[in-house]
Ligand binder design. Sequence first.
Ligand code: AMP
Length: 279
Amino acid sequence: MKIFKLKEELISYLESQNSNKTRSFVPTMGALHGGHLSLIETAKQNNDLIICSIFVNPTQFNNSTDLEKYPRTIKQDLHALSKIDCDIVYLPEVSDLYNKNEKLKFYDFNGLDKFMEGEGRQGHFDGVATVVEKLLRIVKPKKAYFGQKDLQQLQIIKHITIQLGLDVDIIGVPTKREESGLAMSSRNKRLSESDQEKATLIYKTLQFISKNKLNYTIKELKQICIGKFEYHPELDLEYLEIVSIENLHPIENYKEEGNNAACIAATISSVRLIDNIIF
Ligand code: AMP
Protein backbone atom coordinates (compact mmCIF):
# COMPACT_ATOMS: atom_id res chain seq x y z
CA MET A 1 0.00 0.00 0.00
CA LYS A 2 1.44 3.37 -1.04
CA ILE A 3 1.08 6.32 1.31
CA PHE A 4 1.39 9.92 0.14
CA LYS A 5 1.39 13.05 2.24
CA LEU A 6 1.95 15.50 -0.62
CA LYS A 7 -0.43 16.02 -3.52
CA GLU A 8 2.39 16.54 -6.04
CA GLU A 9 3.80 13.12 -5.19
CA LEU A 10 0.40 11.48 -5.37
CA ILE A 11 -0.35 13.13 -8.72
CA SER A 12 2.93 12.06 -10.29
CA TYR A 13 2.51 8.50 -8.99
CA LEU A 14 -1.01 8.34 -10.44
CA GLU A 15 0.26 9.68 -13.77
CA SER A 16 2.84 6.88 -13.86
CA GLN A 17 0.15 4.20 -13.49
CA ASN A 18 -1.43 2.32 -16.38
CA SER A 19 -4.23 4.54 -17.63
CA ASN A 20 -6.39 1.47 -18.38
CA LYS A 21 -6.84 0.97 -14.67
CA THR A 22 -10.16 2.34 -13.39
CA ARG A 23 -9.41 4.73 -10.58
CA SER A 24 -11.79 4.86 -7.66
CA PHE A 25 -11.75 7.10 -4.65
CA VAL A 26 -13.07 6.96 -1.08
CA PRO A 27 -12.56 10.19 0.87
CA THR A 28 -12.76 9.93 4.67
CA MET A 29 -11.88 11.80 7.83
CA GLY A 30 -10.33 8.70 9.37
CA ALA A 31 -11.14 6.88 12.63
CA LEU A 32 -12.17 4.19 10.19
CA HIS A 33 -14.96 1.75 10.98
CA GLY A 34 -17.03 -0.85 9.13
CA GLY A 35 -18.95 1.88 7.27
CA HIS A 36 -15.80 3.29 5.69
CA LEU A 37 -14.52 -0.20 4.94
CA SER A 38 -17.79 -1.09 3.19
CA LEU A 39 -17.23 1.87 0.83
CA ILE A 40 -13.79 0.50 0.02
CA GLU A 41 -15.12 -3.06 -0.39
CA THR A 42 -17.80 -1.76 -2.79
CA ALA A 43 -15.18 0.19 -4.73
CA LYS A 44 -12.96 -2.89 -4.93
CA GLN A 45 -15.72 -4.90 -6.61
CA ASN A 46 -15.81 -2.49 -9.53
CA ASN A 47 -12.41 -0.92 -9.93
CA ASP A 48 -8.73 -1.57 -10.32
CA LEU A 49 -7.00 1.11 -8.32
CA ILE A 50 -8.43 2.14 -4.95
CA ILE A 51 -7.41 5.45 -3.42
CA CYS A 52 -8.54 6.42 0.05
CA SER A 53 -7.89 9.78 1.68
CA ILE A 54 -7.82 10.53 5.38
CA PHE A 55 -8.15 14.20 6.18
CA VAL A 56 -10.02 15.90 9.01
CA ASN A 57 -11.21 18.91 7.03
CA PRO A 58 -11.24 22.00 9.27
CA THR A 59 -13.47 24.09 6.98
CA GLN A 60 -16.50 21.84 7.45
CA PHE A 61 -16.54 22.11 11.24
CA ASN A 62 -18.55 25.01 12.58
CA ASN A 63 -17.70 24.04 16.14
CA SER A 64 -14.04 24.13 17.18
CA THR A 65 -14.56 21.67 20.06
CA ASP A 66 -16.03 19.15 17.63
CA LEU A 67 -12.95 19.58 15.41
CA GLU A 68 -10.55 19.19 18.34
CA LYS A 69 -12.35 16.16 19.70
CA TYR A 70 -12.70 14.45 16.34
CA PRO A 71 -11.06 11.02 16.86
CA ARG A 72 -7.72 10.51 15.13
CA THR A 73 -6.47 6.91 14.89
CA ILE A 74 -4.05 6.98 11.96
CA LYS A 75 -2.05 3.90 12.97
CA GLN A 76 -5.11 1.67 13.24
CA ASP A 77 -6.59 3.23 10.08
CA LEU A 78 -3.51 2.38 8.00
CA HIS A 79 -3.51 -1.14 9.39
CA ALA A 80 -7.20 -1.61 8.46
CA LEU A 81 -6.63 -0.19 4.97
CA SER A 82 -3.66 -2.42 4.24
CA LYS A 83 -5.63 -5.45 5.48
CA ILE A 84 -8.38 -4.85 2.93
CA ASP A 85 -5.87 -4.20 0.13
CA CYS A 86 -6.39 -0.52 -0.40
CA ASP A 87 -3.80 0.53 -3.00
CA ILE A 88 -3.11 4.15 -2.14
CA VAL A 89 -3.69 6.35 0.91
CA TYR A 90 -3.49 10.13 0.70
CA LEU A 91 -2.82 11.66 4.13
CA PRO A 92 -2.38 15.39 3.61
CA GLU A 93 -1.67 18.08 6.18
CA VAL A 94 -3.97 21.12 6.07
CA SER A 95 -1.20 23.07 4.29
CA ASP A 96 -1.19 20.59 1.39
CA LEU A 97 -4.83 21.37 0.58
CA TYR A 98 -5.33 24.96 1.75
CA ASN A 99 -3.26 28.08 1.17
CA LYS A 100 -2.62 30.32 4.12
CA ASN A 101 -5.55 32.79 4.46
CA GLU A 102 -7.46 30.99 1.72
CA LYS A 103 -10.99 32.37 1.46
CA LEU A 104 -13.80 29.86 1.81
CA LYS A 105 -15.56 29.17 -1.47
CA PHE A 106 -19.35 29.43 -1.56
CA TYR A 107 -21.36 27.06 -3.72
CA ASP A 108 -24.88 27.09 -5.11
CA PHE A 109 -26.47 23.88 -3.91
CA ASN A 110 -29.81 24.65 -5.53
CA GLY A 111 -31.63 24.49 -2.19
CA LEU A 112 -30.34 21.03 -1.22
CA ASP A 113 -28.67 22.65 1.80
CA LYS A 114 -31.70 24.62 2.93
CA PHE A 115 -32.89 22.26 5.68
CA MET A 116 -31.49 19.82 8.23
CA GLU A 117 -27.66 19.87 8.30
CA GLY A 118 -27.58 23.07 6.28
CA GLU A 119 -29.82 24.82 8.78
CA GLY A 120 -28.02 23.75 11.94
CA ARG A 121 -24.42 23.86 10.67
CA GLN A 122 -23.84 27.15 8.86
CA GLY A 123 -21.13 26.88 6.19
CA HIS A 124 -20.74 23.12 6.73
CA PHE A 125 -21.55 22.10 3.16
CA ASP A 126 -19.39 24.84 1.64
CA GLY A 127 -16.52 23.33 3.63
CA VAL A 128 -17.41 19.79 2.51
CA ALA A 129 -17.80 20.83 -1.14
CA THR A 130 -14.51 22.77 -1.03
CA VAL A 131 -12.49 19.80 0.16
CA VAL A 132 -14.28 17.27 -2.05
CA GLU A 133 -13.72 19.46 -5.11
CA LYS A 134 -10.02 19.81 -4.24
CA LEU A 135 -9.64 16.06 -3.67
CA LEU A 136 -11.48 15.11 -6.87
CA ARG A 137 -9.30 17.47 -8.91
CA ILE A 138 -6.16 15.89 -7.41
CA VAL A 139 -7.19 12.21 -7.62
CA LYS A 140 -9.28 12.44 -10.84
CA PRO A 141 -11.18 9.21 -10.13
CA LYS A 142 -13.66 7.62 -12.52
CA LYS A 143 -15.84 6.77 -9.53
CA ALA A 144 -16.07 8.16 -6.00
CA TYR A 145 -17.93 6.43 -3.18
CA PHE A 146 -19.91 8.17 -0.44
CA GLY A 147 -22.14 6.82 2.32
CA GLN A 148 -25.92 7.16 2.29
CA LYS A 149 -25.59 7.74 6.02
CA ASP A 150 -24.73 11.34 5.10
CA LEU A 151 -27.60 11.59 2.64
CA GLN A 152 -27.61 15.35 2.30
CA GLN A 153 -23.85 15.36 1.70
CA LEU A 154 -24.23 12.62 -0.92
CA GLN A 155 -26.94 14.52 -2.82
CA ILE A 156 -24.98 17.77 -2.60
CA ILE A 157 -21.81 16.15 -3.92
CA LYS A 158 -23.73 14.59 -6.82
CA HIS A 159 -25.10 18.07 -7.57
CA ILE A 160 -21.81 19.97 -7.44
CA THR A 161 -19.86 17.47 -9.51
CA ILE A 162 -22.43 17.91 -12.28
CA GLN A 163 -22.44 21.69 -11.81
CA LEU A 164 -18.63 21.85 -11.96
CA GLY A 165 -18.51 19.48 -14.94
CA LEU A 166 -16.25 17.00 -13.13
CA ASP A 167 -16.02 13.71 -15.00
CA VAL A 168 -16.75 11.38 -12.07
CA ASP A 169 -19.57 9.05 -11.06
CA ILE A 170 -20.69 9.61 -7.49
CA ILE A 171 -21.87 6.35 -6.00
CA GLY A 172 -23.94 6.09 -2.81
CA VAL A 173 -23.33 3.10 -0.53
CA PRO A 174 -25.95 1.88 2.01
CA THR A 175 -25.42 2.66 5.68
CA LYS A 176 -23.53 0.06 7.67
CA ARG A 177 -24.95 -0.51 11.16
CA GLU A 178 -24.01 -2.13 14.44
CA GLU A 179 -26.10 -5.17 15.34
CA SER A 180 -28.17 -2.87 17.52
CA GLY A 181 -29.09 -0.82 14.45
CA LEU A 182 -26.97 2.16 15.46
CA ALA A 183 -25.35 3.61 12.33
CA MET A 184 -21.59 3.16 12.45
CA SER A 185 -19.86 6.50 12.96
CA SER A 186 -16.43 7.70 14.03
CA ARG A 187 -18.25 9.71 16.68
CA ASN A 188 -19.58 6.51 18.33
CA LYS A 189 -16.08 6.07 19.76
CA ARG A 190 -16.85 8.99 22.07
CA LEU A 191 -19.97 7.30 23.49
CA SER A 192 -20.17 4.95 26.47
CA GLU A 193 -21.80 1.57 25.93
CA SER A 194 -24.90 2.74 27.71
CA ASP A 195 -25.13 5.87 25.52
CA GLN A 196 -24.69 3.73 22.41
CA GLU A 197 -27.60 1.63 23.60
CA LYS A 198 -29.73 4.74 24.21
CA ALA A 199 -28.79 6.10 20.80
CA THR A 200 -30.47 3.11 19.12
CA LEU A 201 -33.70 5.08 19.54
CA ILE A 202 -32.63 7.01 16.44
CA TYR A 203 -32.74 4.02 14.09
CA LYS A 204 -35.73 2.48 15.86
CA THR A 205 -37.64 5.69 15.18
CA LEU A 206 -36.55 5.74 11.54
CA GLN A 207 -37.74 2.16 11.12
CA PHE A 208 -41.03 3.02 12.79
CA ILE A 209 -41.53 5.80 10.25
CA SER A 210 -40.79 3.63 7.22
CA LYS A 211 -43.05 0.84 8.49
CA ASN A 212 -45.96 3.12 9.28
CA LYS A 213 -46.15 5.07 6.07
CA LEU A 214 -49.56 3.62 5.27
CA ASN A 215 -50.96 4.06 8.78
CA TYR A 216 -50.34 7.75 9.41
CA THR A 217 -49.98 11.03 7.61
CA ILE A 218 -46.54 12.64 7.66
CA LYS A 219 -47.74 15.20 10.18
CA GLU A 220 -49.01 12.48 12.52
CA LEU A 221 -45.86 10.38 12.18
CA LYS A 222 -43.66 13.35 13.01
CA GLN A 223 -45.73 14.13 16.11
CA ILE A 224 -45.61 10.52 17.35
CA CYS A 225 -41.87 10.27 16.79
CA ILE A 226 -41.01 13.61 18.36
CA GLY A 227 -43.04 12.32 21.35
CA LYS A 228 -40.77 9.24 21.55
CA PHE A 229 -37.75 11.52 22.01
CA GLU A 230 -39.55 13.50 24.70
CA TYR A 231 -39.62 10.31 26.78
CA HIS A 232 -35.82 10.09 26.42
CA PRO A 233 -34.45 13.52 27.34
CA GLU A 234 -30.87 12.17 27.36
CA LEU A 235 -31.17 12.31 23.56
CA ASP A 236 -31.55 15.91 22.51
CA LEU A 237 -33.45 15.87 19.21
CA GLU A 238 -32.27 18.62 16.85
CA TYR A 239 -34.48 17.72 13.91
CA LEU A 240 -36.69 14.95 12.64
CA GLU A 241 -37.69 15.58 9.05
CA ILE A 242 -39.43 13.63 6.36
CA VAL A 243 -38.17 14.91 3.03
CA SER A 244 -38.27 14.26 -0.67
CA ILE A 245 -35.04 12.58 -1.72
CA GLU A 246 -34.96 14.70 -4.85
CA ASN A 247 -34.65 18.16 -3.27
CA LEU A 248 -34.35 17.32 0.45
CA HIS A 249 -37.22 19.64 1.33
CA PRO A 250 -39.74 18.57 3.98
CA ILE A 251 -42.91 17.13 2.43
CA GLU A 252 -46.52 16.98 3.56
CA ASN A 253 -47.51 14.08 1.32
CA TYR A 254 -45.50 10.96 0.56
CA LYS A 255 -43.65 10.69 -2.74
CA GLU A 256 -43.38 7.43 -4.65
CA GLU A 257 -41.82 4.42 -2.89
CA GLY A 258 -38.07 4.92 -2.51
CA ASN A 259 -38.27 8.70 -2.90
CA ASN A 260 -38.93 9.63 0.73
CA ALA A 261 -36.32 9.92 3.45
CA ALA A 262 -36.72 10.30 7.18
CA CYS A 263 -33.73 12.07 8.70
CA ILE A 264 -32.77 12.62 12.32
CA ALA A 265 -30.05 14.56 14.12
CA ALA A 266 -29.76 14.16 17.88
CA THR A 267 -27.09 14.77 20.49
CA ILE A 268 -26.23 12.50 23.37
CA SER A 269 -23.50 13.29 25.93
CA SER A 270 -22.33 16.14 23.65
CA VAL A 271 -21.93 13.80 20.66
CA ARG A 272 -24.03 14.73 17.66
CA LEU A 273 -25.35 11.81 15.63
CA ILE A 274 -27.22 11.74 12.32
CA ASP A 275 -29.03 8.96 10.53
CA ASN A 276 -31.71 8.45 7.89
CA ILE A 277 -33.84 5.86 6.19
CA ILE A 278 -35.05 5.88 2.60
CA PHE A 279 -38.53 4.49 2.04
P1 AMP B 1 -16.39 10.54 7.34
O1 AMP B 1 -15.06 9.96 7.66
O2 AMP B 1 -17.34 10.54 8.50
O3 AMP B 1 -16.28 11.87 6.63
O4 AMP B 1 -17.05 9.56 6.30
C1 AMP B 1 -16.39 9.21 5.11
C2 AMP B 1 -17.37 8.52 4.22
O5 AMP B 1 -17.87 7.35 4.88
C3 AMP B 1 -18.61 9.38 3.89
O6 AMP B 1 -18.95 9.17 2.54
C4 AMP B 1 -19.65 8.83 4.83
O7 AMP B 1 -20.97 9.01 4.36
C5 AMP B 1 -19.27 7.35 4.84
N1 AMP B 1 -19.82 6.70 6.03
C6 AMP B 1 -19.72 7.11 7.31
N2 AMP B 1 -20.39 6.26 8.12
C7 AMP B 1 -20.92 5.31 7.34
C8 AMP B 1 -21.73 4.15 7.57
N3 AMP B 1 -22.11 3.81 8.80
N4 AMP B 1 -22.09 3.40 6.51
C9 AMP B 1 -21.70 3.72 5.25
N5 AMP B 1 -20.94 4.81 4.96
C10 AMP B 1 -20.57 5.58 5.98
